[in-house]
Design a protein around this ligand. Structure first.
Ligand code: SF4
Length: 183
């Protein structure tokens, strides 16, 4: 197994596990309001040791920056759609699914892990509010990209940024990434 105590003391840039990250966490201004969610701890603790692959499923699907905010709505039959928060007639489900299809099935196969933005209708992993048809939040679930990723790449380690809220957790995740990439 890789000796991470040595890695932390010595720059180690020749070999880095390939890890996906929601683009807004890396400071890219791709959110619906053209802002970002730069995560200083993750970028400082993990950035130098990982080959971070930056993706924004909504921007990559051509939804635009800025764009209308969306949320997940589940029908009584269990179908989940991405619908405009202020414009319920806006349904971007197909655009998002098409936009992420190539990514989920191809690029993600090369990743050992993926750091995702919690509560996002595209990137959340278990924390995204899912609304019923009356507009009430009925449960928490996965964003559309993450839902597809879990089906296409069952071995992919997916973690929300909210679970990387300390140096210790970042280092434990880093060790897991190196162990996974050595398999
Ligand atoms: S879709 Fe994902 S990467 Fe893009 S802004 Fe939303 S949370 Fe960030």
């Amino acid at each position: 197994m890789t000796d991470l105590s040595a890695i932390h003391m010595t720059p180690h840039r020749e070999y880095q596990p390939k890890v996906g990250i929601s683009a807004c966490l890396a400071g890219h201004a791709v959110r619906y309001d053209a802002g970002h969610k730069y995560h200083d701890l993750i970028m400082r603790e993990l950035g130098p040791w990982l080959d971070l692959q930056v993706f924004c499923p909504e921007a990559d699907a051509g939804l635009g920056i800025p764009r209308p905010p969306i949320r997940l709505v589940e029908t009584s039959e269990g179908a989940i759609s991405a619908i405009g928060v202020e414009t319920p007639e806006l349904d971007v489900t197909s655009a998002l699914k098409e936009g992420t299809k190539g990514f989920a099935l191809k690029q993600a196969q090369e990743l050992c892990a993926y750091i995702v933005k919690s509560r996002s209708p595209s990137c959340g992993s278990g924390s995204t509010p899912v609304h019923d048809e009356t507009g009430s939040i009925s449960r928490d679930g996965d964003g559309l990209l993450v839902s597809d990723l879990k089906k296409a790449c069952p071995g992919l380690l997916i973690i929300e940024e909210s679970d990387l809220d300390s140096v210790e957790k970042c280092r434990a995740f880093l060790e897991e990434c190196y162990a996974l990439s050595e398999r």
